[in-house]
Design a protein around this ligand. Structure first.
Ligand code: 3PY
Ligand code: MG
Length: 252
């Protein structure tokens, strides 16, 4: 199976990515049916373990959305296991150096390109009989840029051939620059770092994705030039909507 995100990027269209933090195949299926181009299961900050994540991949596969995962750290064993569960792209937090990026990319690629171990398991069910033949080309390698060191090393990280896209974590980046995370708008140092990373990524002819607070913020990021945007996560959308319903009823 080909990666539909690659077709979207080749056509120059932005991709809209959902972000799952609720460990539920039912929630995953519902979110995946809302028109997203890809759906990311968040194994770092989401309340999700491997066994539940597996059922979420199955739920996402009832739709055309491309299944992605954010792993909890740059751990080859976890990366390979989640690829075997059928992820077609891995977002890895806290990649700060070229060396980090190289070891991450290596875990995502079968030899001789990398060091991924053979045992595709559910990857075969999602990807089809040609899974092994296509895996190295179709699976996206997406390091997160969310430390000062990563911003300083952005050119070196982008120089790693197997890096397809960088993904900015504005909240950790805000913490790194001494600004407040979770505000929805960037402080000045974070905004400058994000603009710089985007500019370097463009210069390297690679793709850029970013986590956003909501749909409006994500639209602004598309206008800024990002290729993939995430309009917040499932839990945020659920609680925001319900809080607003309660306020509407109370008239407050
Ligand atoms: C961040 O903003 O730091 C993220 O990791 C987004 O989820
Ligand atoms: Mg982060």
């Amino acid at each position: 199976r080909k990666n539909k995100l690659k077709e979207i990027f080749a056509e120059g269209r932005p991709a809209i990515n959902a972000w799952l933090s609720i460990g539920s195949s039912y929630a995953a299926e519902g979110v995946a049916r809302q028109g997203f181009d890809s759906v990311t299961i968040d194994f770092q900050h989401g309340m999700i373990g491997f066994d539940t994540g597996l059922t979420m991949f199955q739920a996402i596969s009832t739709t055309d959305a491309v299944p992605l995962a954010r792993v909890s750290c740059n751990d080859a064993a976890q990366i390979m296991h989640i690829l075997d569960a059928g992820a077609y792209g891995i977002i890895c937090p806290m990649i700060s150096t070229e060396e980090d990026a190289r070891s991450f990319a290596s875990a995502c690629k079968y030899p001789s390109q990398g060091s991924r171990s053979f045992g595709p398991s559910r990857g075969l069910l999602y990807g089809g009989d040609d899974y092994f033949a296509n895996a190295n080309d179709e699976i996206l390698v997406i390091p997160m840029i969310e430390t000062c060191e990563a911003v300083e090393n952005i050119d070196a990280i982008l120089s790693v051939e197997d890096v397809d896209m960088i993904y900015i974590g504005p909240n950790d980046l805000a913490l790194a620059y001494g600004e407040r995370p979770g505000q929805g708008t960037d402080g000045p140092a974070t905004a400058e770092a994000i603009a710089h990373v985007l500019e370097r990524t463009r210069a390297a002819k690679k793709l850029a994705g970013v986590f956003c607070a909501n749909g409006e913020a994500a639209r602004a990021r598309v206008e800024q030039g990002f290729d993939l945007v995430t309009p917040g996560n499932d839990f945020g959308a659920l609680t925001r909507e319900l809080r607003s319903a309660v306020a509407t009823i109370r008239g407050s």
